[in-house]
Design a protein around this ligand. Sequence first.
Ligand code: CA
Length: 229
Amino acid sequence: MTNSRILLVEDEPDIALVVTDLLVAQGHTVETAGTGTEGVRMATDVRFDLLILDVMLPGMDGFAVCRTMREQGFDGGVLMLTARSQVADRVQGLQIGADDYLAKPFDPNELLARVTALLRRVGKEQLTPVLRFQFGGVSVDFSKPSVTRNGVAVSLAAKEMQLLRCLIDHRGQVLTREWLLGQVWSQQRFITPRTVDVHVAWLRQKLEEEAQTPKHILTVRGEGYRFVG
Ligand code: CA
């Protein structure tokens, strides 16, 4: 996806300039904010495809910006930048709705790769929705909706069907639990990333030949899930 709208919230002017130049050279439109409060205001006024948030900001930090925007229903991508590389920070960021995380100092190519992957993941025009899909012995018809395995009807709950559709529509891509939560359970409270794991386990039980060694609904260690048809 080219010419995406990106908001960079970064209080260090040198880094803001470097990142902006990199992204503009890729054809993106980039706006910058120097504080979290300003970033929230800008992202509330205008729809961005991607937020790049420095964690360490004066006043409202990047985590708070992310949480605030997700609470407001922002469904674009969120990439966190931080000088800290502790696992705890990464986990905290992912729990509040960040999609990805990049530790400073970062390689410009690494940043571009993450941005491109995120834009592809959130880009609605990149969706390749299908009405019917077959994998293994499973046939899915989303128009009815109905699922059969080896010719036998399989009963899926509504959320299982939505999750399966989401996985199939984004087949081949690594999907984080947080992103799947946003897609399938967006308006519901008291839902945690564990909810995704539970539903994935149910789908595997119903659809995989062997649930313990899935061939289609794959776990990507430390990242999330990936569907392979
Ligand atoms: Ca900073």
